[in-house]
Write a protein that binds this ligand. Structure first.
Ligand code: ADP
Ligand code: MG
Length: 462
């Protein structure tokens, strides 16, 4: 048997050939293979940025490479070792466990970096920042529930944890849990016939912070459990805060009861930051990590990396890592080179596949992918179909007639009509604009294969 480290060395050898040299040097060079047990291969990265980047961008390639070497499917986990270990390990919520089922419910960790102090406020997040602070000070009184939604990497989890830190400092009992973790623990409770006990644990919380609530979409039993937990807390004037990648009205399976409860509080959308905020974030990060970076370099990054804060942070780390490795000085010229060579990974240059567009649109509207090309004509399906057509024209290289074919033999003029309808309406309809840009964000930020996996998971009912 080869050790995990030997297997990883072999994988690195292959990965070095598969990806560009700058990418390899920045992201993989300093990783090590930690363990391989029960089908999970654990890889250590030098810091949280690298771990997150690897997880978002190279996960499937790494899994494939390892599977080839090991000879079977492998799950991948990226962890952080070294000086930043504590940072990623985080704090435990002040939620006591006392044996029984509760001790099996994983204590949720708050990332110590995710505080209000470290959160840069700008035009795109001013309202939600104020609401979040208010909730942490007087939970249960204003904005209950608080529903935060927005695309990936815009700071939802950061704000949720910031509320957690501040509320704990104010002496409140906090439970912070991701919807995925909630679901897993709930399944465990069902298996052990301890659902009542499971629910009671949550009822003790003064604040319940639920991350990525869209995860329960389509999982009927979990949804029912969330509803009961929610009601119990809400009726006792406890504070509930939720984050989601989409607004409550498009989480189809929430059901009317839960949806109207969600809508009775404050629902806020966090937009990707504007240029000024992006620059402020970069300046804050540079200061936080004691990095001396010329302002013109930060400006260049802020101008180019528009999609979200995670991308912005990744860009900064990559630039610094690259400068360290090559010994080059961190100037405008070097930054431009890194941006061109490294920061625009191949995934971005490729046009998006029409299948992936249909799948993402269907997922967003909570309808089966097949209905985009099907014959149903209710409002939601028709609207989703028109948006899919619009995006196929904008984001893929398909011609109108190819799009028509893709959509179950619809003719060229029908396709054009749908495209033009959306193209015209998008200029005046803010809600439509928002829907389309959210879907585009998902198309641009997700690795296609990764996304397919995710949507597969979503369709599972529980
Ligand atoms: P989401 O949960 O929306 O996907 P996260 O909360 O995980 O995004 O944020 C991604 C990264 O960006 C985190 O490292 C977070 O600290 C950082 N970040 C997001 N918004 C801000 C902000 N306004 N100021 C400082 N850092 C931010
Ligand atoms: Mg998050």
């Amino acid at each position: 048997m080869r050790s995990a480290n030997e297997i990883w060395e072999a994988a690195l050898g292959e990965l070095q050939i598969k990806i560009s040299k700058p990418n390899y040097n920045t992201w993989l060079k300093e990783t090590t293979g930690i363990s391989y047990q029960n089908g999970t291969f654990v890889i250590s990265a030098p810091n949280i940025f690298v771990a997150e980047w690897l997880n978002a961008r190279l996960r499937s390639l790494v899994a494939k490479t390892l599977a080839g070497i090991i000879g079977g499917d492998v799950d991948i986990q990226f962890v952080v070792h070294g000086p930043e270990q504590n940072e990623s390990g985080g704090l435990v919520c002040n939620w006591q466990t006392d044996g029984g089922i509760s001790s099996k419910i994983k204590k949720t960790r708050l990332n110590p970096r995710y505080t209000f102090d470290n959160f840069v406020v700008g035009r795109s997040n001013r309202l939600i920042h104020a609401a979040a602070k208010g909730v942490a000070e007087t939970p249960g009184h204003i904005y209950n529930p608080l529903f935060i939604y927005g695309g990936t990497g815009v700071g939802k989890t950061h704000l949720l944890h910031a509320i957690g830190h501040a509320a704990i400092a104010n002496g409140f009992q906090v439970i912070c849990i991701s919807a995925e973790q909630f679901t897993n623990e709930f399944i465990l409770a069902i298996r052990e016939s301890k659902t009542e006990e499971f629910r009671n644990r949550f009822r003790d919380a003064q604040l319940l912070l639920l991350d990525d609530i869209h995860f329960i979409d389509g999982k009927e039993q979990t949804q029912e459990c969330v509803f009961h937990t929610f009601n119990a807390l809400y009726n006792a004037s406890r504070q509930i805060v939720m984050t989601s990648d989409r607004p409550p009205q498009v989480i189809l399976s929430l059901g009317d009861r839960l949806r109207s409860r969600f809508q009775s509080g404050l629902i806020v959308n966090i937009e990707p930051p504007d240029l000024e905020t992006r620059l402020a974030i970069l300046q804050a990060k540079a200061k936080q990590h004691k990095l001396k970076i010329p302002d013109e370099v930060l400006r260049l990054l802020a101008r180019e990396l528009k999609r979200n804060v995670r991308e912005l942070e990744g860009g900064l780390t990559q630039l610094v890592a690259y400068a360290k490795l090559t010994g080059a000085s961190l100037d405008h010229e070097m930054a431009a080179k890194v941006l061109a060579e490294v920061l625009v990974p191949d995934d971005y240059k490729k046009t998006t596949s029409p299948d992936f567009i249909m799948q993402t649109v269907a997922n967003y509207f909570g309808i089966p992918t097949g209905e985009i090309s099907g014959r149903k004509r209710d409002r939601r399906t028709t609207h989703a179909r028109q948006i899919a057509i619009y995006l196929m024209r904008e984001e893929s290289q398909y011609t109108l007639s190819q799009i028509g074919k893709q959509l179950g033999s619809r003719d060229h003029s029908t396709v054009l009509h749908s495209y033009e309808k959306i193209a015209k309406q998008i200029n005046t309809d803010a809600h439509l604009q928002e829907q389309v840009s959210k879907i585009q964000q998902q198309l641009h930020t997700a690795e296609p294969s990764h996304n397919k996996m995710k949507s597969g998971k979503r369709s599972q009912k529980l």
